[in-house]
Design a protein. Structure first.
Length: 455
């Protein structure tokens, strides 16, 4: 019996994501491009590769409980067992087909392990009907298994946000993320840009937070179309767009975009300023030279004017050539655990631990303190993350305001939050969203103003 083509492609993707600690999306796209699969097999390979990635920890837990020496299992053999376990537990593939295909896959890479694979998977198949091995309505461990999430994460969200928010997040993480787009005013006026997107077949519809944001109802057409390829729109989550809007960029302002990445938020900053009559003076920094080079190239491709891209370490503010007196505003889109974007990065779900939340919060606190020192009196810093852990969000801001940031005060971001999202503004005036089916990702945004006269 040969291994079905869709399973072959799925196994290649699973192996490469594991071996290279890679993102699933690019690996999957590359493998599908090389393979001659029918549309049905492409969909099956995608479901299998993504499903195994999303539920990896659950699959390993199920397999290890049925292995005598789980630590000694060869990675390629484990890949095949993981795929079969996913089929048995989540796809409800008939056991005979799932087991036989897995045994064939194992035989290809380690013939002597075929018997072991057969025995382990038959034991799992016997127990599969009882999965998730508990009542998910009352047992959080069973609910975590059923939705393919680490138990520590489910416990954290349940404790911090409550059962309703947890349920919405678990559901949203297992659905395709909406493709939100932001207009690039430097490429063409909105009417022209939207006509290109419509001609692509993307079926765009208005989306929060403002008139420059849309959602592509036909994601595949949008990704393949001219509007994205030629920079009429850029891909960015709806909630992520609030951070640059909170800067309130205006002509002539000096703005530091700390940790600019690919420059998507830089685009939004400069577009906000030019819409009011002129450019801001923006300095966008990254710690890595090669990323700075990529940033410069993308800024040029998108046509964004008056931006200086340079390599600097925001933890060492002396490496950043600030204007005399300090910047008018600083945007710190801080590196984080990414727990609010797991549906976009399913491989991340099992790479992050509770310890990472603590570690990242400590780094974020240091970064906020460092960039805040570059803000002039009367200026402000916007702190944002794509995490849903309070330690990385409220915890960092509260800690800053109680220590190094005593010269700062909170200024509400409600003025840039659309009516639809006003419920997401906290009593302190901060914005925090949780992943919801069909909605935005989990993001946090706080605006802090440096008092003109320090106490």
């Amino acid at each position: 019996m040969s291994v079905a083509p869709a399973r072959v492609v799925a196994l290649r993707v699973i192996a490469q994501v594991r071996e290279r600690t890679a993102y699933l999306g690019p690996v999957l796209d590359a493998q599908l491009a090389r393979a001659s699969l029918s549309e049905a097999d492409r969909a099956l390979a995608t479901r299998m590769a993504r499903g195994v990635t999303e539920t990896l920890g659950v699959l390993d837990e199920a397999l290890d409980a049925r292995l005598t020496k789980p630590a000694s299992l060869e990675p390629r053999v484990r890949d095949a067992l993981r795929l079969a376990a996913y089929e048995l537990l989540f796809m409800r593939t008939p056991p005979r087909a799932a087991v036989h295909q897995a045994v064939e896959a194992v035989r290809r890479v380690r013939p002597q392990a075929a018997g072991l694979a057969n025995a382990v998977l038959r034991r799992l198949a016997t127990d599969a009907d009882a999965f998730p091995w508990g009542d998910p309505g009352v047992d959080l461990a069973a609910r975590s298994r059923m939705t393919g999430h680490p138990l520590w994460l489910a416990e954290l969200i349940a404790a911090e946000e409550g059962p309703a928010a947890l349920g919405a997040m678990l559901e949203a993480d297992n659905e395709p993320a909406p493709l939100f787009l932001r207009h690039n005013a430097f490429r063409a006026p909105f009417a022209e840009a939207i006509s290109v997107l419509e001609a692509d077949g993307a079926d765009p519809a208005p989306a929060p937070p403002d008139a420059s944001s849309v959602v592509a109802c036909n994601e595949r057409a949008a990704v393949r179309g001219r509007a994205l390829a030629e920079g009429f729109f850029v891909v960015t989550d709806a909630a992520a767009q609030l951070a640059p809007l909170a800067i309130d960029a205006r002509p002539g302002m000096t703005i530091l975009d700390a940790g600019a990445g690919r420059g998507t938020k830089t685009l939004a900053l400069q577009a906000s300023a030019t819409a009011l009559g002129g450019s801001a003076r923006i300095m966008s920094v990254d710690i890595h030279d090669f990323k700075t080079g990529l940033l410069r190239a993308r800024l040029g491709t998108l046509g964004i004017p008056d931006v200086e891209a340079l390599t600097a370490d925001v933890l060492c503010p002396e490496t950043i050539p600030a204007p005399v007196g300090g910047f008018d505003a600083v945007l710190l889109d801080a590196p984080c655990t990414g727990l609010g974007t797991l549906r976009r990065h399913p491989e991340h779900r099992w790479r992050v631990s509770a310890d990472d939340v603590t570690r990242m919060a400590a780094l974020q606190a240091r970064m906020l303190e460092a960039v805040a020192s570059l803000v002039r009196p009367g200026g402000h810093v916007v702190y944002s993350t794509c995490s849903v852990a309070r330690a990385e969000n409220e915890g960092v801001v509260e800690g800053f305001l109680a220590s190094a940031g005593r010269a700062f005060r909170t200024v509400s971001v409600a003025d840039v939050v659309p009516e639809l999202w006003r419920r997401l503004v906290t009593p302190e005036g901060w914005f925090r969203s949780m992943p919801e089916p069909g909605g935005a990702d989990g993001h946090f945004v706080a605006r802090l103003e440096r008092r003109a006269t320090e106490e």
